[in-house]
Ligand binder design. Structure first.
Ligand code: ADP
Ligand code: MG
Length: 697
């Protein structure tokens, strides 16, 4: 069904094929519907005229009205400019033009009253306006005033006379024709309950607001709608999956009990116990589990995963534990192997560097079921890797894995879908988690094991390096180990590698008696592993590394981390890195090195790290600094291309939208009650459009 809103833009009066092609290319506006949803990004205040005496340079763009006095050319050379004086009953202001003088001067008639719009700036002691917009004041300027929408355009478009004003004109023309055809997309009941304005009014006022109250009503309505439909789709997906995919029931507790009472080397925290109960409840529910486990670095997610794995092994099924890097996979393997041995459980590891003969052997044992736990990297996803009966797949550090890979794990069992537990140490702000993982159930470990001392974080400038080295010497003399971390960013990999090598040499010179390890991503994994091992065993006391040590590496005796060029790291990464220290009983330190000169944003990041250890607080700052798309990388940003809502700011509204979506689906899972007709129609409409929901399923 093709409707009015699918009409191609070229058919709008005043557009035509050429302009339409430009708008397609530059702004991705193809249809009437696209244009209407191309919202202004800000508004200029034309609701009133300011009087000249109240104007100062701190005001944004303002509108004034006055009689033009003399017009004159001033200065010479590059300082040559046109100056006009505008006067009202309260004072006079200078209007200045450096460019387009020939053209402007024709418009300026002394003695005539003008409406002027521009940004007041300070020039010496005077306030003036440079390159203001100026029009002869007419009766059309009287009346109630309005907010002038401003649309993003491009240089190319502006050169073809498609500036913000021109777009606004097109919007007015289109909306005048379209207004009566706009159908309501939210249920009446919900709109009344929340006091939301109608879709038709909202669209009108988002483009042509008379005042800020109307604008806010329109924004609220459109943001709510956007968030509501995202949540509704996610919840529907989840609902469909729980109904469609039966989960195998695992309720064996024999192995868990044996481990818990005889081998667990510490007390679980209350948060760990709660989360284990949540997962165990899923495993025995008969529904397939898709659960996200969030817990800050060091909160003890691994042991939680292992205990859940035992429930599955105890019932004669198998489990997979997948990590994003070899180092991490090996660490998991080394950590869990002793437990498994005590329990008589067969565990092994598969990575890219596993030899062919070992591989063949592993494949066989997986298929005959004798291998019960397989730890590994992406290598687990290869087609040859077939389990006899995969019951649970645990994915560690989710942010490195795509959703497609999650799906691939599901298909590793031909008889039933394995349960999936996704673990992440990247604290994701709640709002973002609700959107990115809105189809998963979420468990949170919000407590660190007891006895951890808060990491002390300081900021030091490069020129104070000697002092920092002095501190490091003390730490090493006390028997501690130290990390030095260098940035390694793909585009400048060569330069970064050189910095790393230089750093390694200067550190070796500064600490001649201390054995130093070096690890970076360009090394062969065998060499990397060898060096890692030396550090883990305490044979080397200093580890010079790139971010390969970022996730999961666990050396409790390493109590100090120095991060070089720390302003080049993102907040999430800094937080991850810092989590490598503070794992033992000793006081630990994180020293953020920078040049004296750093950007404002860089400084905010450093200050945030110094101020707090709370991963969620850091994630919130990160979200505000970078916006949600960047935060999660490109991998999943499609879901986050929101037209109007802002996950950084609209957290409360998102919460509300989710609650309402839950309520709607609870009372009407198939959306066939008459009161939900608007929803049904809108979903049908959306599924035709480009938004591809399969990407997040
Ligand atoms: P992460 O959540 O970052 O993956 P890990 O699972 O690596 O954390 O755990 C970090 C360290 O804390 C490990 O050495 C682990 O053995 C230890 N640990 C986990 N839970 C507890 C606990 N309840 N009490 C004491 N130590 C614990
Ligand atoms: Mg971990």
């Amino acid at each position: 069904m093709k409707g009015f809103f699918d009409t191609r833009l070229e058919f709008l009066k005043g557009v035509g094929p050429q302009k339409s092609a430009l708008l397609n290319k530059e702004l991705e506006i193809f249809t009437y519907g696209d244009l209407i949803q191309y919202y202004p990004f800000r508004y200029e205040d034309r609701t009133r005229f300011y009087i000249i005496s109240e104007i100062d340079h701190q005001l944004p763009n303002v509108q004034i009205k006055g009689t033009l006095q003399n017009v004159e050319m001033v200065g010479g050379g590059s300082k040559k400019r046109l100056v006009a004086h505008l006067r009202d009953s309260t004072g006079t202001i200078e209007l200045v033009w450096f460019k387009g003088i020939k053209w402007v001067v024709k418009k300026l008639q002394p003695g005539v009253t003008y409406s002027v719009f521009g940004k007041p700036t300070r020039y010496g002691k005077k306030i003036n306006m440079v390159h203001p917009e100026i029009e002869v004041f007419t009766s059309s300027h009287e009346g109630p005033g309005y907010l002038q929408p401003v649309y993003h355009t491009s240089e190319t478009l502006k050169n073809r006379f498609l500036d913000s004003k021109a777009i606004s004109k097109l919007q007015r023309q289109l909306l005048t024709a379209a207004r009566s055809r706009i159908t309501e997309t939210l249920p009446e009941g919900l709109m009344t309950e929340l006091g939301l304005t109608s879709k038709a009014d909202a669209l009108w006022h988002i483009h042509f607001p008379l005042d800020s109250r109307k604008l806010n009503e329109a924004r609220l309505r459109l943001k709510f709608e956007e968030l509501f439909y995202i949540q509704l789709q996610l919840l529907k997906l989840k609902l469909a999956r729980t109904e469609k995919f039966k989960g195998k029931i695992f309720k064996e507790t024999g192995l868990i009990n044996e481990f818990y009472h005889n081998h667990l080397p510490f007390q679980l925290t209350a948060a760990q116990k709660r989360v284990i109960r949540e997962i165990y409840y899923d495993l025995k529910s008969g529904k397939q589990m898709n659960r996200l486990l969030q817990g800050d670095v060091g909160s003890g997610k691994t042991i939680v995963a292992f205990i859940c794995i035992l429930a599955v092994i105890g019932a004669n099924a198998q489990a997979a534990l997948m990590a994003p890097t070899e180092i991490l996979a090996e660490q998991h393997y080394r950590g869990l192997e002793p437990y498994a041995r005590k329990l008589g459980v067969e565990i092994n590891i598969l990575t890219g560097s596993t030899t062919k003969s070992t591989r063949t052997n592993l494949h066989e044992k997986l298929q005959n079921g004798s291998l019960q736990i397989l730890v590994g990297t992406h290598a687990l996803l290869e087609d040859q890797v077939q389990f006899q009966s995969l019951g649970l797949a645990v994915i560690d550090e989710q942010h490195r894995f795509g959703v497609a890979q999650r799906a691939k794990l599901w298909s590793k069992n031909k008889n039933f879908f394995p349960h999936v537990l996704v673990m992440t140490a990247t604290p994701i702000p709640r709002t973002l988690a609700m959107t990115l993982y809105g189809d998963l159930d979420v468990s949170v470990i919000d407590e660190l094991p007891p006895g951890r001392k808060a990491i002390e974080t300081v900021h030091r400038y490069d020129q104070n390096r000697l002092k920092v080295f002095g501190f490091i010497k003390q730490q090493i003399a006390m028997g501690r180990q130290v990390y030095f971390v260098y940035p390694l960013i793909e585009e400048s990999a060569k330069m970064d590698l050189k910095h790393l090598q230089d750093g390694y040499e200067s550190i070796s010179r500064a600490f001649p008696e201390v054995p130093v390890s070096i690890v970076h991503g360009k090394m062969k994994s065998r060499d990397k592993d060898f060096e890692m091992q030396r550090f883990v065993k305490g044979e080397t006391r200093i580890m010079v590394a790139t971010t390969v040590i970022e996730v999961g590496v666990d050396v409790p005796n390493a109590s100090t981390m120095v991060i070089e060029n720390s302003e080049r790291f993102g907040l999430a990464q800094l937080h991850q890195l810092r989590g490598r220290v503070g794992r033992g009983a000793e006081q630990s330190y994180c020293i953020l090195m920078t040049d004296v000169k750093i950007s404002k944003e860089g400084r905010t990041r450093i200050q945030t790290m110094v101020r707090t250890n709370d991963g969620f607080e850091i994630a919130d700052v990160d979200l505000k600094l970078r916006g949600p798309g960047d935060l999660m990388g490109t991998q999943q940003s499609g879901v986050l291309d929101l037209l109007i809502a802002d996950l950084g700011r609209d957290g409360k509204l998102l919460q509300l939208a989710r609650e309402k979506a839950v309520k709607v689906l609870e009372s009407d899972p198939d959306l066939d009650l008459p009161e939900n007709m608007n929803i049904r129609r809108q979903i049908a409409q959306q599924s035709k459009s480009s938004l591809n929901w399969s990407r997040i399923s």
